[in-house]
Design a protein around this ligand. Structure first.
Ligand code: GLU
Ligand code: MG
Length: 643
């Protein structure tokens, strides 16, 4: 979730006093970084995924499943090898917001050999094994975007004492001890966000109205020691949530790419932005929050509310969005004309960046990030050497959680300019997670190789992001998407293919279903997967990798068609068929238990045709040397042209 600085966090009052100081030095640090690294060239494609996991404890005798608060105990063991610098790590492990969460990435990033695609799923499996070796027999590691009964009475193991009148979070539902305690970042962030906005977090997710759902649906919080603040904040017919844990305590699947230089990073940032909503709708997996079915399938708006530190005055400003939201401006020259959102930015910062020779687009992006206050500051980090340190820049950067993130290289490292794709919900199985990741990585290769343009106005991206979260958006919503994706620079085979598919550029973009976007629309749009297939024909991919890639793309295609269910739809169906479901939107302990038992079995490979089809990927844990040798003779996924 961001920068893990070691030290003593300041109170909000103290942090606030240093707000201008952090911004001032953060900008100088960025300028210094930019000067050193703007001409960095020829970094090769590297990429990696991040999965956030939850640890679940089953009590089979009493039919309960709880979130197990043992991340703090597991992490030192999981990080032992890394800390001792013992090479060849399968995975890297990091804490996440919840005391029941951990985040895992591959031990080393993937590179530009296409055979890497075939090791992603196996690596994800190996990651799981690493953790599960340390678990008790009644515990397991699950990929759950939202834990259905998060915030319900006794949702943790061990159960913890909780009194909102004395706790730091002041939540009626989420005890302080469910926040990861091994690092002060998480609890301090939660406290400071609430203190900055001068009241508790307010999240109201519309309840899914079933035939016995009370109308209006209104909850009584007085027994939970509500002092009236929650009763005033909760909307009728909504599931009310009151702290950062409800959003940041959800899990997602992210992908980070290293670009060959800053320009390619800008292009990738822009071009992937319109894909964020599409991938969110396709990966929808979180229809239940705080024990109730909601009328949305995704977590995004919930996290957006969960870290929203805006004061009432700021909330009244139309163009100031939450820190967790869609991107507000494009960064590449092609994006400029689509920057139609009235961007709020710090004019002094903008001027300072321009005077330092930074172009308009990048300056306005940074000046936009810098309208935020630092929300967390460590006493040891106040005074820094702006020539060498970048903590103040990172401080602001890492608490702007947008759909895409543009990441400058860390100082003095071998890492290049990167972008992060941040919207996807985590899928139940490794097969699915690998499929979504491989799909996005392949898409970047297609975009760069065919020099495509997927840009639509920023305001249309915003509309898409809202729609993507609607129930079954994958089937029923239409999204703004660009029709003719080729550009003046596209190679002839791409332009010809696009023409063959009937694309014309009379109107640059149109409303399309996810099925049309992914699979194509006759005489109008080729579809992203067919474009990937076209690209793959020009690549030399070994048989096993090709087979796995085809399985992954098929999953994406069938989900887009509605022939396979999203996790969100599968969870809804499971609940509505459960004998103890009363059609009142409530997901009780027993349903939760049975649901998680089933998810656990699916994770372990029992199969679930309506969700997965019948995948037979040929993932393997290493690339055979013959394949590496053969592949090295051509450029693999590398894009030769320096963009
Ligand atoms: N858990 C957050 C989510 O579900 C992401 C936090 C992070 O940026 O790592 O989107
Ligand atoms: Mg994370």
């Amino acid at each position: 979730m961001g920068l893990l600085t070691i030290g003593s966090p300041l109170t909000w009052e103290e942090t606030e006093k240093y707000s201008d100081h952090v911004r001032k030095h953060g900008v100088i640090q960025f300028i210094n970084l930019y000067r050193q690294l703007k001409n960095r060239q020829n970094d090769c494609l590297k990429w990696g995924d991040e999965i956030e996991y939850m640890i679940v404890k089953f009590d089979h005798a009493n039919k309960t499943a709880k979130l197990c608060l043992k991340a703090e105990k597991l992490l030192p063991i999981l990080q032992e090898k890394e800390n001792k610098n013992q090479g060849d790590l399968k995975a890297l492990w990091r804490p996440e917001y919840g005391a029941y969460m951990i985040e895992g990435t591959p031990g080393t990033p993937y590179g530009s050999l296409s055979s890497c695609f075939n090791t992603v799923e196996a690596n994800m499996k190996a990651r799981r094994e690493e953790v599960e070796e340390l678990l008790e027999s009644d515990e397991c590691l699950l990929c759950l975007t939202s834990f259905p009964r998060l915030g319900c009475k006794n949702f943790t193991f061990p159960p913890v004492e909780h009194d909102p009148r004395t706790s730091v979070l002041r939540s009626l539902f989420f005890p302080d001890l469910a926040v990861y305690g091994g690092h002060p970042r998480f609890k301090t962030l939660s406290r400071n966000v609430a203190q900055r906005r001068k009241k508790k977090i307010i999240i109201n997710a519309p309840i899914y109205r079933d035939k016995n759902t009370p109308d209006p649906f209104v909850e009584d919080f007085s027994k939970l020691y509500d002092d009236g603040e929650s009763a005033r904040a909760a909307l009728p017919n909504h599931v009310y949530m009151d702290c950062m844990g409800f959003g940041m305590g959800c899990s997602c699947l992210q992908v980070t790419f290293q670009a060959c230089n800053i320009n390619e990073a800008r292009i990738l940032y822009d071009q992937l932005a319109p894909v964020c909503s599409i991938a969110l709708a396709l990966s929808a997996a979180s229809p239940v929050h705080r024990g109730y079915l909601i009328d949305k399938d995704c977590r995004w708006d919930i996290i957006s509310g969960a870290v929203d530190d805006r004061t009432d005055e700021e909330l009244a400003l139309k163009c100031l969005k939450s820190r967790y939201d869609s991107i507000d401006s494009y960064l590449s020259p092609a994006g400029e004309k689509f920057n139609d959102f009235e961007l709020m930015y710090d004019e002094n910062v903008y001027k300072q960046l321009r005077e330092a020779g930074i172009d308009h687009l990048l300056s306005q992006h940074i000046a936009h990030l810098f309208i935020r206050d630092p929300i967390l500051l460590f006493s040891e980090k106040i005074h820094q050497n702006d020539e060498e340190d970048t903590d103040h820049f990172e401080n602001i950067q890492s608490t702007n959680w947008q759909t895409m993130r543009f990441k400058p290289p860390p100082p003095n490292s071998s890492i290049g300019w990167r972008v992060e794709f941040r919207t996807m919900e985590v899928q139940i199985t490794e097969f699915e997670n690998a499929a979504y990741v491989v799909f996005i990585v392949l898409l970047t290769r297609v975009i760069l190789t065919f020099q495509l343009n997927l840009l639509i106005p920023i305001t249309k991206n915003n509309e898409n992001l809202a729609k993507a979260q609607n129930r079954d958006a994958v089937l029923y919503e239409k999204f703004w998407f660009r029709k003719d994706l080729t550009t003046g620079e596209s190679p002839p085979e791409a332009t010809a293919y696009m023409a063959e598919c009937g694309c014309s550029d009379e109107c640059e973009y149109a409303l399309m279903t996810i099925n049309e976007i992914i699979n194509g629309k006759e005489n109008e749009f080729p579809g992203l997967v067919p474009l990937i297939q076209k690209f793959l024909t020009s690549m030399d991919v070994d048989v096993d990798t090709q087979c796995s890639i085809q399985q992954y793309l098929k999953l994406i295609q069938l989900r887009a068609k509605g022939e396979l269910l999203t996790a969100a739809r599968w969870i809804r169906n499971f609940i509505s068929k459960h004998p103890s479901y009363n059609f009142d939107s409530a997901v009780g302990e027993e349903i939760n238990y049975d649901l998680l038992c089933s998810i656990n079995q699916i994770t372990r490979g029992t199969g679930c045709p309506e969700l997965l089809g019948h995948p037979t990927s040929r993932t393997r844990d290493h690339i055979p040397s013959a394949v590496t040798k053969a592949e090295k003779s051509y450029s693999g996924l590398k894009i030769d042209k320096n963009t």
